[in-house]
Ligand binder design. Structure first.
Ligand code: FES
Length: 82
């Protein structure tokens, strides 16, 4: 594994239906616009078992709850730009 920062978006049916479908786009666009392709490994994941707290996105070792296409931008700004 490289030292890329891992970003996992839950694509389980609950999170996907409740907004992660759009959040995938938001994250993809953010990574592209900020030229983070070489620094970030972004991919989808299965249900984290936290559907009632979702939509879920995980950055590194940290889980974020109630993520939407807007607040995910703050999460990415904070977690990815050190
Ligand atoms: S579907 Fe995302 S935590 Fe279950």
């Amino acid at each position: 594994m490289s030292d890329k920062k891992e970003v996992i978006i839950c694509l389980g049916s609950s999170c996907f239906a409740r907004g992660n479908k759009k959040t995938v786009q938001a994250i993809t666009t953010y990574i592209k616009e900020h030229n983070l392709n070489d620094l970030v490994y972004f991919h989808g994941g299965h249900c984290f078992g936290l559907c009632d707290k979702g939509p879920i996105v995980k950055v590194g070792k940290t889980l974020f709850e109630d993520v939407d296409p807007i607040n995910v931008l703050d999460v990415l700004a904070k977690e990815l730009e050190e």
